[in-house]
Design a protein around this ligand. Structure first.
Ligand code: SF4
Ligand code: SF4
Length: 102
């Protein structure tokens, strides 16, 4: 029987129980995977320039821009994979996009 719950897969899960291609079928599991170590580039929020227009949070595929009281907060770098979409959408140059080690 194939294992369809990615949370229970480990390095010792028998291959017969792993889904083809390691595909994950569970919805809503992005929080469980720390995708931050995929990054080569990272966004940097420039708070002084941010107008809180709220264009960037819904564009993030990993929900890595926390929102509280209708305002964005600083990045959740554990989950930001550095795709740069938020950087592209900001109309106020309030996001820089730099090499990970800068
Ligand atoms: S770089 Fe991509 S993953 Fe990271 S916060 Fe921006 S949109 Fe989200
Ligand atoms: S798109 Fe730019 S100005 Fe708008 S909330 Fe995001 S960082 Fe701030």
């Amino acid at each position: 029987m194939r294992n369809k719950d990615a949370k229970t897969m480990t390095t010792s899960t028998p291959w017969k129980e792993i889904t083809p291609g390691g595909a994950i079928y569970d919805a809503g599991n992005a929080e469980d995977f720390l995708t931050g170590d995929w990054r080569a580039m990272k966004p940097v929020w420039i708070i002084e320039k941010c107008t809180q227009c709220m264009l960037c949070p819904p564009t993030c595929p990993d929900n890595a821009i926390p929102v509280e009281d209708s305002k964005r907060l600083d990045y959740d770098y554990d989950h930001c994979k550095g795709c740069g979409v938020c950087f592209k959408v900001c109309p106020f140059d309030a996001i820089d996009f730099v090499k990970e080690d800068e």
